[in-house]
Design a protein around this ligand. Structure first.
Ligand code: NAD
Ligand code: MG
Length: 295
C-alpha cells in the first residue's frame, strides 16, 4: 500500500499557535506535535531495556519514550510539577504498549534531585541501560544586557550541569552495551544573537559528549548527541522572548522550509542506543536539521 511520505506530509508554516507561559504544556497546544510515528516499524530492538528520559513528558522526549516502549523498553520520565498532566499522558501512551512508565517529578537544576532521579529510576525500573538527557531551559533575549546572572545560571544548570550530574550518578549502574544520548541543538553551531546562554550550553554539551565518549569507551558505554534544528514542541510557543512572528513562521528558514516533528527525531534516539545498529558510533553530534549543513 502506498502511503503519503512523512517528508512532504508534515505540517508547514504559517502556524497559528497560542502563546504559553514556561514550561510549555503539550496538551495546551492548538497545533499538536506529531509523536505517533505511524510509518515506523518496531523490531524489539530495546527488549527489556530500562531508560531514563528527562523532559519525557512532552515534545521530543515524549516521542522517544513512546518509541522506546514500542521497541520493548520500560521508561522513567523526569518533568516539572507544572507538567504533570503531560507526563501522565506519556505514561498512558507507554502503557498502551504494555511497558512500564515511572513518573519522576522535580527540578533538574538541583544536583540532589538529579542524583535522586537516577537512583529512583534504577530502583523502580529494576535496572538502568539508557540515559537520555533531553530537558532544557530556553528563553530568548533581545540583548546580552537582558541576560541576568540568575538566568545565565539557570540555563547552564538545567542544560549542561544536569547532564553532568545525571551521567555521574548513572555511571554506577550502566554496564557494557549501555548508552547515553543528549539533546543538543543546531544553535551550538550557529550561535544565534538572541540565545547567547542557551546556545553556549549546547556547545558545552557537544564538547562534553566527545570527552565523555572517549572516557567511557573502555567501559563499553557509548555517548552521542542529537542536534535538531527547529522542532514543533511546547518549547518555542512557551519562550517568553520569542516574537509572535517567530512562532508563526517556525522552521521556515530551514532548507526544508518547515520544522521537524518529534516523530522525525525519535527513530535516531532508538538507533543510537541500539547495540545492533550503532555499536561503532560514539562521540558524535548528529544534525537533524532539514538540510541545513552545520558540521
Ligand atoms: P519540551 O518543552 O517538550 O521539552 C523540554 C523539557 O525540559 C520539558 O518538558 C521539561 O520537562 C524539561 N525541563 C525544563 N526545565 C526543567 C527543570 N528545571 N527541571 C526538570 N525538567 C525541566 O521541548 P523540546 O523541544 O522537546 O525539548 C527537548 C530538547 O530538545 C531540549 O534539550 C531542547 O533544547 C532541544 N531542542 C529543541 C528544539 C526545538 O526547536 N524544539 C531545537 C533544538 C533542540
Ligand atoms: Mg514538557
Amino acid at each position: 500500500m502506498r502511503t503519503n511520505p512523512q517528508v512532504t506530509k508534515e505540517p508547514k508554516p504559517p502556524f497559528k499557535e497560542r502563546r504559553q507561559s514556561s514550561p510549555g504544556l503539550e496538551h495546551k497546544m492548538k497545533i499538536k506535535p506529531q509523536w505517533q510515528a505511524p510509518l515506523y516499524r518496531s523490531a524489539n530492538k530495546l527488549e527489556n531495556k530500562k531508560a531514563l528520559i528527562t523532559g519525557g513528558d512532552s515534545g521530543i522526549g515524549r516521542a522517544v519514550a513512546v518509541l522506546y516502549a514500542r521497541e520493548g523498553a520500560d521508561v522513567a520520565i523526569v518533568y516539572t510539577a507544572k507538567e504533570r498532566k503531560d507526563a501522565e499522558i506519556t505514561k498512558h501512551l507507554v502503557e498502551m504498549y504494555n511497558r512500564h512508565c515511572i513518573l519522576i517529578e522535580g527540578d533538574l537544576s538541583r544536583e540532589v534531585f538529579c542524583k535522586k532521579a537516577v537512583n529512583t529510576a534504577f530502583k523502580e525500573l529494576g535496572g538502568l541501560d539508557i540515559l537520555v538527557s533531553n530537558a532544557a531551559h530556553q528563553l530568548r533575549k533581545d540583548s546580552l544586557e537582558e541576560v541576568t546572572t540568575k538566568e545565565w545560571d539557570l540555563t547552564f544548570k538545567v542544560n549542561i550541569y544536569a547532564y553532568f550530574h545525571l551521567t555521574k550518578a548513572a555511571l554506577k549502574y550502566l554496564k557494557p552495551g549501555s548508552a547515553i544520548i543528549v539533546t543538543s541543538s543546531q544553535t551550538a553551531a550557529m550561535g544565534p544573537h538572541d540565545l547567547p546562554d542557551y546556545s553556549a550550553t549546547k556547545g558545552a554539551i557537544n564538547t562534553f559528549t566527545k570527552s565523555l565518549a572517549q572516557s567511557l569507551i573502555k567501559k563499553g558505554i557509548r555517548v552521542n548527541a542529537v542536534a535538531p534544528g527547529p522542532v514543533w514542541t511546547p518549547l518555542n510557543p512557551a519562550d517568553q522572548g520569542a516574537k509572535k512572528e517567530k512562532i508563526q513562521t517556525f522552521g521556515k528558514k530551514q532548507p526544508i522550509q518547515r520544522p521537524a516533528q518529534p516523530e522525525e527525531l525519535a527513530p535516531l534516539y532508538v538507533f543510537l542506543v541500539s547495540d545492533a545498529d550503532s555499536s561503532y558510533i560514539t562521540g558524535t553530534v548528529i544534525p537533524v536539521t532539514g538540510g541545513l549543513p552545520i558540521n
